[in-house]
Unconditional design. Structure first.
Length: 79
C-alpha cells in the first residue's frame, strides 16, 4: 500500500473522530464506508491498526481496549 493510500485512510479515520468518545468499531466502519474507492479490499482490522497508530502519534486519544474494536473508544485530541 502506498503512502498516499495510507494518508487517505488516516484522514478518513480522523474525519470520523469527534470531541466525544466514539467506539473504534464505529470510527472504522464509517471510515470504510467513506472510502469505497480503495484499489484493494482493506480489512477492518487494518483500519483498526491505523487507529492505534493515530493514538500513538497523538492525533487521537483513547480509552478502553484498542485491540478489540467494540471495547475501545477514541476521540480527537483537544490540542
Amino acid at each position: 500500500m502506498s503512502q498516499a493510500e495510507l494518508a487517505l485512510i488516516d484522514t478518513a479515520l480522523l474525519l470520523q473522530g469527534s470531541g466525544d468518545w466514539r467506539k473504534v468499531a464505529r470510527v472504522v466502519g464509517m471510515a470504510m464506508l467513506s472510502m469505497r474507492k480503495l484499489p484493494c479490499d482493506v480489512p477492518d482490522a487494518f483500519f483498526a491498526k491505523r487507529v492505534g497508530l493515530l493514538v500513538e502519534s497523538g492525533q487521537l486519544e483513547s480509552q478502553g481496549d484498542l485491540r478489540r474494536m467494540r471495547f475501545g473508544e477514541v476521540r480527537r485530541t483537544s490540542g
